[in-house]
Design a protein around this ligand. Structure first.
Ligand SMILES: Nc1nc2c(ncn2[C@@H]2O[C@H](COP(=O)(O)OP(=O)(O)OP(=O)(O)O)[C@@H](O)[C@H]2O)c(=O)[nH]1
Ligand SMILES: [Mg+2]
Length: 212
């Protein structure tokens, strides 16, 4: 069951704008999507999380600005027909995506690769961060950090290796980095919409003059 939260609002409180971002966590089973989410939301690692899909929020102040993070911790459907297990609803909802795999599970890396291909087909320029989780289990590593890095580079994503079990700060860095990417992409969208407006008005003037 998905607990829905309020839609995107940029509320104005006093003179301050409150930014709202929607982050979606995807990846195979048991890679640590819930562990990363709970770490970010509560700073805690509680080891067992159950299989509940949910959207939860946390408000933070970043560079003096209030930011509301809405985090959708998804479930991976094992139905082969549905691979890559990313719904249109999820893709339309999200402002940014965290793709998680476990460094001890090469299959989970393959799932991330498939999900990323699907995401790039549907939403070419959405900000994506790839997270290699369970770094503390490096003795059982089956995915090298070069593999993760190369995949990220080839699809214009960022890449982090973390351990939800070990540290809060590494996890915080991932969420803050994705927030920065989303903010940059919004600025870019606004300025390119502005440029398009200028080009449209200039060409209207040009065609009017030619017609005279
Ligand atoms: N050692 C270690 N274990 C982790 C780490 N992150 C998660 N785990 C463990 O991995 C198991 C699965 O973690 P979850 O967060 O439930 O994984 P998930 O991706 O949400 O799994 P599903 O919701 O079932 O798809 C749990 O037993 C966690 O305690 C980590 O960084 N290191
Ligand atoms: Mg989970």
């Amino acid at each position: 069951m998905v607990l829905e939260v309020k839609g995107r609002v940029e509320a104005v409180e006093g003179n301050q704008q409150k930014l709202e971002v929607k982050l979606l966590l995807l990846g195979a089973n048991s890679v640590g999507k819930s562990a990363l989410t709970v770490r970010f939301l509560t700073r805690r690692f509680i080891s067992e999380y159950g299989d509940i899909e949910s959207v939860n929020s946390r408000v933070e102040r970043i560079h003096g600005q209030e930011v509301c993070f809405n985090v959708w911790d998804s479930l991976y459907t094992q139905d082969c027909e549905k691979i890559p297990s990313v719904s249109d609803k999820q893709l339309q909802w999200a402002d940014g995506i965290i793709l998680v795999y476990s460094i001890c599970d090469h299959q989970s890396f393959d799932v991330v690769r498939q999900q990323l291909q699907h995401i790039r087909r549907c939403r070419k320029s959405i900000p994506v961060v790839i997270v290699a989780n369970k770094r503390d289990l490096w003795r059982h590593r089956s995915v090298s950090d070069e593999e993760g890095c190369l995949l990220a580079q080839s699809q214009s994503c960022s890449f982090f290796e973390v351990s939800a079990a070990e540290t809060f700060h590494g996890v915080l860095l991932v969420f803050h980095h994705l927030f920065d990417l989303i903010r940059e992409s919004r600025v870019l969208r606004k300025s390119s919409a502005g440029m398009q407006g200028i080009v449209r008005s200039m060409s209207a003037v040009f065609w009017k003059k030619r017609a005279e």
